[in-house]
Design a protein around this ligand. Sequence first.
Ligand SMILES: O=P(O)(O)O[C@@H]1C[C@H](O)[C@@H](CO)O1
Length: 339
Amino acid sequence: MSGENLIMSSVNGVSSIRPEIALNGLANGLKSNGINGHHEHTNGVDHKHANGHKHATVDPRNYDDIIRLAEVIRNMVDLKESPTIGVICGSGLGDLADLLVDKQVVPYTKIPGFPQTSVVGHKGNLVFGYLSGKYVMCLQGRFHPYEHDMDLVLCTMPVRIMHHLGVKTMIVSNAAGGINHKFNYGDLMIIKDHVFMPGLVGFSPLVGLNDPRFGARFVSVHDAYDKQLRNMARRIADEEDIRAHEGIYVMSGGPQYESPAEVKLYKVLGADALGMSTCHEVTVARQCGIRVFGFSLITNIGNDDADTSVEVSHEEVLETAKEASVRACRFVSRIVENL
Ligand SMILES: O=P(O)(O)O[C@@H]1C[C@H](O)[C@@H](CO)O1
């Protein structure tokens, strides 16, 4: 692929990538030395491109590395303005990024030190452009902890980059199994609160030395999912005739789906839908002070009876998510319009 094509065509114009800037960015210091010398790069990430060759070492725990990487990304595109809205596209919402106007696409493979996606349905592009007249940045593909050895700091690095680039409101989506008996295939669930199972047992992106420049050591997640945004989203769902519930999302570590007994456990806990993402990203967004709106696409129904054989598959998840995709994109476009 030539340098000129690294940023793909836009709807209203094409910008060319300047790869030398990315490389200069690396030369200028994407070699982590730790936080003020206290943190000795204990978990530096030595990523590989999808094509196999090694590139920059970026320590996702190092504030200066994150800022430099954000600046490298800024220099890879010709930002029209600061993106104040960030969208993390879960399974089924990836098409949203394709709808952006004046679009600039940066493949994760071209970002030095960036992790890569491996889950089908997550393309692996950072996309900048206009949605409903607002300048947004989309993660067309997220990082699930189970793909990255439960390195939650690495998986949430894009949220910190979003914050540095100007994002004030984050919209995050996922595909999830419904466990509330009122839920049906293809419904949406506005996330009201979450149960972050990995976080409860120490797999939190906030574990480890905290550089105060990232935000508070102890982060409140009481009001993680903004009430005003939830109310607005409910109104929009009504106006658009989209079946949307409000409920509690539980994140398990995955990648195996839950056993019937585990589904039952989550039901007893009071959860309404279950998945393998989102909570880590929301936790970091809250540390940054980003307002959050989250929703699930209900792609399958959790089975809590071991005597009833109900097989869940990622293919089923993707198929239902695909059917719901147009609705979900319309929903998000209207929310962005109202921000
Ligand atoms: O990125 P999301 O949370 O939408 O992906 C879901 C959860 C698992 O990664 C996978 C299971 O089918 O889809």
